[in-house]
Design a protein around this ligand. Structure first.
Ligand SMILES: *[C@@H]1O[C@H](CO)[C@@H](O)[C@H](O)[C@H]1NC(C)=O
Ligand SMILES: *[C@@H]1O[C@H](CO)[C@@H](O)[C@H](O)[C@H]1NC(C)=O
Ligand SMILES: *[C@@H]1O[C@H](CO)[C@@H](O)[C@H](O)[C@H]1NC(C)=O
Ligand SMILES: *[C@@H]1O[C@H](CO)[C@@H](O)[C@H](O)[C@H]1NC(C)=O
Ligand SMILES: *[C@@H]1O[C@H](CO)[C@@H](O)[C@H](O)[C@H]1NC(C)=O
Length: 952
């Protein structure tokens, strides 16, 4: 049997604690997000003329621009160009041009369309970008084929049109308009560049002024004003300004929406078309769709939307006379529908996507080229669509991207949904793991049994098992298959029943709730609109199949965790809340809610909390930390005010679930250092912004007594300061002076550990006490901890800290640090951060036995600590950890920008068989041994008998 034992041991040992390549996408998932795409800056584009494959480009409301692979919806590249000044983002691209140009606020940049590498960028003072276009016209001077950019910059009292060189971003010319008009848009025809501005006229109405510029010099060629008085009141009443089109158009309607007026930019003629208002309903929205390509036919489509349906008219423009004539119309259809335009060479195609079908027509005639039935309609309203049409002989194939109201987008190919990107997850403000109903049921039954009399509990249990018998036939039926699949399957251990692949529920600022399947790469199980934007979520709590989400205005929503259906809602009530406290206990691995209490802006609880045994620590708007006990919500029992000039920036406490496996630390020589364990520790961070001092105060939450305080000089208050408390230690990080050398500055990570006494085997003043109380001091006051600290220099800022949680706390903890500058999350093992590491000498043999190694001031993040390995996980604001039924494993979820989830096994997966463990091999070994024994036993017996005979 030695072989078998060796096999077993070999399977259990794994060489290093890190994420293996075959675990990527198995144990972790990542939603790399852009945010809600802005639909006039979303398009399909062939990034290079050498290939026919196109990518999808967009810039989101969060000003993140990026490229998506239309095949699977995977992110190809992205860049966050968001500016503090704000302003909507714009993105432009041209087929065959290997750059896309994006703008946001006061910033314009050009990026390689294929690889997302920066080509040039520019920033200007005053004003923000109102419009950009790529010049499609051929330019003999451009060597690389990268097209020039025309940008319109709107300042306070002027407008500037600039032409930027496609390769370098250098300004070729500039046209300044200081007439006081409102800069509106730029457009181009094959020969001219048009600058369109709105000149304010009488009675709040505006006239459209068109200035033609010479593309080479930027000189004004001519200027004319369209008589739009009475129709146009501002930029919002112009329906459409065409750009890069053979016949650029401006379209608007009169005030009563009875006639549509169209001007071909560059001409003075305004064509009027009567709107056929035959639906019997009020027209709510008119949109104009025209191709964006110089070589395309001068056709356009007008889409009319009413409350319950929509129809569309297609118009042709006569280029010589600039006359607009109606060609045909697309009939009125009930339900929502969206239109998209696409080109193949000069031909223009319109795709109409409604609830039931997708239809492609050519702009030239009303014959339907392709029609597909749609999957079930979505409750999330479609807002716009972008399509790519390819011709296949006489018919066409189409892929469309539908942008939904929630900000999510979907690719639909021939009527089938290929992928969905849940972009509204980018605004995630709260998240938790769903609690499954059955488990709670069992826990409840066990609790009942625990509380009943012996006989009652016995009868209850027999009844429960009798009820379970009804599942027996099914279980027996599945048994053979389970055995076979468990022996043969590649995945030796399916850990789902240990609570490692619980769904995650995420609530977003836009009012949506998502459920993500952590077992299937974070796929969306359901999503629902639960509230209006902005949703000020203060608390999220999951129990027995439902999730309750409370917001700052006192309202709450209960959602069914398995379907997303809204179970109940409660209306807004009471004052505005600063936060909501969830009094939570822990029962094994599942949280138990004891009560809920709102905290007002001034730090006082909205009501006394008589029914909950406990105390409460809050921060107030005026920078104090307050302590409260049960019966009083008017006067705090204690308050902590930091030294004058310091402002409280953060207060952290130990996590609700923070089990301590051992009350002491066994040293190498078998003596014990007792941990200072106080479940009421509060770590307060305060900053003096003028004197650049940060103070860290460790308080006892019950009495408000300061147990320990640290002051750091030379701190940069604009850099992130993160802190965390767990067990008997706390950690914080900041940017400031290096201790003992005020001329050097850097990012630092400091760790302090609390012990009852500095002497081993000594429990300090508490030694003889049977119990102690922070409040009712008899004789000696609350003893102070013995604090051992050490700090490390680190290479980059830490924006958030958390600690891994496991069921019993036996597994070593890891400090989870979010690195905002390298877009990753590292898990630093606690032994590395042991403040007792020997300084300036090698450890003695006793210390080495304890696992201590020599202190080095610079902490280099080991590649194996990166939970995110090579992924680019951006914008993380919060990291959560949660225990599973396996002691070795802790669940981790990060959200705030991207959403990332993984499992951490800080002491390796000691209670799980590894992937290399083969059950089949084990079974075969046992069988082989059994055969061997059966075969050899008679021979051996015979031999022994023979030997006995020979001996005598
Ligand atoms: C792109 O498509 C066209 C026609 O559909 C074909 O002639 C051409 O060879 C294709 N080019 C590449 C690089 O695949
Ligand atoms: C269109 O017709 C409906 C009903 O006949 C009317 O209410 C509406 O005012 C008309 N005009 C527009 C622009 O909606
Ligand atoms: C949630 O929905 C499922 C399916 O409709 C239902 O079986 C379950 O009872 C619901 N749970 C709650 C708590 O309403
Ligand atoms: C054990 O080692 C610690 C230092 O590591 C020392 O302070 C203590 O006195 C030692 N105890 C005994 C009993 O030797
Ligand atoms: C983008 O950058 C801005 C500031 O530069 C930052 O505030 C924002 O959080 C970033 N967004 C994401 C999703 O990373």
């Amino acid at each position: 049997m030695r072989l078998q034992a060796a096999l077993f041991v070999a399977a259990c040992v794994s060489p290093a604690a890190a994420i293996y390549p075959d675990e990527v996408n198995q144990i972790d998932f990542h939603h790399a997000l852009l945010g809600a795409p802005s639909f006039d800056s979303t398009f399909f584009l062939k990034p290079s003329s050498a290939s026919n494959a196109s990518l999808l480009y967009t810039i989101s409301e969060n000003s993140i621009l990026g490229a998506i692979n239309p095949r699977d919806g995977a992110l190809v590249w992205r860049h966050n160009i968001s500016r503090p000044a704000g302003g909507a983002g714009l993105l432009r691209g041209l087929d065959g041009n290997n750059a896309v140009v994006g703008a946001a606020g006061d910033y314009i940049s050009s990026w390689g369309a294929q690889d997302g590498k920066l080509i040039w960028e520019t920033q200007f003072d005053g004003g923000s970008v109102a419009d950009i276009e790529l010049l499609e016209m051929e330019d003999a001077t451009a060597a690389s084929g990268v097209r020039d950019t025309i940008a319109l910059i709107a300042g306070k009292s002027f407008g500037t049109v600039r032409r930027f060189d496609g390769d370098s971003g250098a300004v070729k010319w500039e046209y300044i308009d200081d007439s006081g008009d409102v800069p509106f848009q730029v457009s181009s025809s094959p020969t001219e560049i048009f600058y369109i501005s709105l000149q304010s006229g009488l009675l709040k109405s505006s006239k459209v002024k068109i200035t033609s510029l010479d593309p080479v010099t930027g000189q004004q060629v001519r200027q004319h004003i369209l008589n739009t008085e009475g129709d146009i009141t501002g930029p919002e009443s112009v329906l459409f300004v065409g750009a890069n089109s053979a016949s650029p158009l401006i379209a608007w309607t009169d005030k009563s929406q009875k006639t549509l007026k169209v001007n071909v930019i560059g001409t003075k003629r305004v064509s009027s078309v009567t709107i056929d208002n035959t639906s019997g309903e009020e027209i709510q929205e008119i949109t104009v769709h025209a191709p964006h390509k110089l070589s395309s036919l001068p056709h356009f489509l007008v889409h009319y939307k009413t409350e319950s349906g929509a129809w569309a008219e297609v118009y042709h423009v006569d280029l010589k006379s600039a006359v607009v004539s109606k060609a045909y119309h697309l009939p009125y259809l009930q339900g929502q529908s969206v239109i998209a335009t696409s080109n193949i060479d000069a031909n223009v195609y319109f795709t109409r996507i409604s609830d039931l079908e997708a239809v492609v027509v050519s702009s030239a005639s009303h014959g339907i080229l392709g029609r597909w039935d749609m999957d079930a309609p979505s409750s999330d309203r479609s807002v716009a669509a972008v399509t790519e049409v390819v011709s296949k002989g006489k018919s066409v194939a189409v892929r469309s991207v539908i942008l939904r109201k929630s900000g999510d987008w979907q690719l639909i190919r021939n009527g089938q949904v290929e992928w969905t990107r849940p972009e509204s997850l980018i605004d995630a403000v709260a998240a938790t793991w769903a609690e499954v109903e059955e488990q709670e049921e069992l826990a409840h039954e066990l609790e009942v049994e625990g509380h009943e009399s012996l006989l009652g509990a016995y009868i209850h249990r027999v009844k429960r098992h009798a009820r379970d018998l009804q599942h027996l036939p099914q279980w027996l039926q599945e048994l053979p298959q389970r055995i076979i699949s468990s022996i043969l399957a590649d995945e030796v251990t399916n850990l789902d029943s240990f609570g490692v692949s619980k769904p995650v529920i995420v609530a977003t600022n836009s009012g949506r709730v998502y459920s993500l399947d952590t077992g299937r790469q974070g796929a969306v199980i359901w999503s629902t609109q639960a509230a209006e934007k902005p949703w000020d979520v203060k608390n999220i709590y999951a129990r027995a199949g439902v999730v309750t989400i409370d917001s700052g205005d006192g309202s709450s929503v209960v959602v069914n965790a398995s379907t997303g259906a809204i179970v109940s809602r409660s209306a807004q009530q009471g004052p505005k809340l600063q936060s909501i406290v969830n009094f939570e206990g822990h029962d094994g691995s599942s949280p138990v809610r004891l009560g809920l209490l709102g905290v007002q802006e001034d730090g006082s609880p909205v009501a006394p909390f008589d029914d909950i045994t406990g105390f409460l620590v809050t921060t107030s708007a005026d920078g104090r930390v307050l302590g409260w006990v049960e019966s009083d919500n008017k006067t705090p029992v204690w308050e902590f005010v930091p030294p004058s000039g310091q402002k409280i920036v953060k207060a952290t406490a130990r996590p609700a679930h923070d089990p301590v496996a051992s009350i002491g630390k066994v040293l190498g020589n078998r003596s014990v250092l007792y941990k200072y364990l106080n479940s009421n520790l509060v770590l307060v961070t305060a900053v003096n912004e003028k004197e650049h001092v940060a103070g860290f105060y460790l308080l006892d939450g019950v009495s408000g007594k300061v147990l320990h305080s640290i002051s750091q000089a030379g701190v940069d208050p604009l850099q992130p300061i993160a802190s965390v408390v767990s067990e008997n230690w706390f950690a914080y990080s900041f940017f400031g002076d290096v201790v003992g050398d005020s001329s050097a500055k850097g990012y630092q990570l400091a760790v302090s550990e609390l012990f009852e006494s500095s002497i081993p085997n000594d429990r300090g003043p508490l030694d003889a006490a049977g119990n102690y109380s922070s409040l009712h001091r008899t004789g000696n006051s609350l003893p102070l901890p013995h604090v051992v600290s050490q700090s490390f220099m680190i290479a980059e800022p830490i924006s958030h800290m958390a600690v891994t949680q496991t069921r019993q706390g036996i597994t070593t903890r890891q400090l989870l640090c979010t690195l905002s500058s390298s877009n990753s999350i590292v898990a630093i093992p606690r032994p590395v951060l042991d403040p007792r590491r020997p300084v300036d000498r090698d450890p003695t043999s006793a210390e080495a036995e304890e696992g201590l190694f020599r202190y080095v001031p610079f902490l280099d993040f080991d590649g194996r600590w990166y939970l995110t390995h090579s992924r680019d996980v951006t914008g993380i604001k919060n990291v959560l950890s949660r225990p599973t039924l396996l002691e070795s494993t802790s669940l981790i979820l990060a959200y705030g920008g991207d959403v990332f989830g993984t499992r951490a096994t800080p002491s390796q997966a000691f209670d799980v068989l590894g992937k290399s463990f083969s059950k089949l091999q084990l079974v075969l070994t046992v069988v082989a041994l059994a055969i061997g024994v059966a075969f050899l036993a008679p021979i051996t017996r015979k031999k022994q008998v023979n030997m006995l005979w020979r001996a005598t």
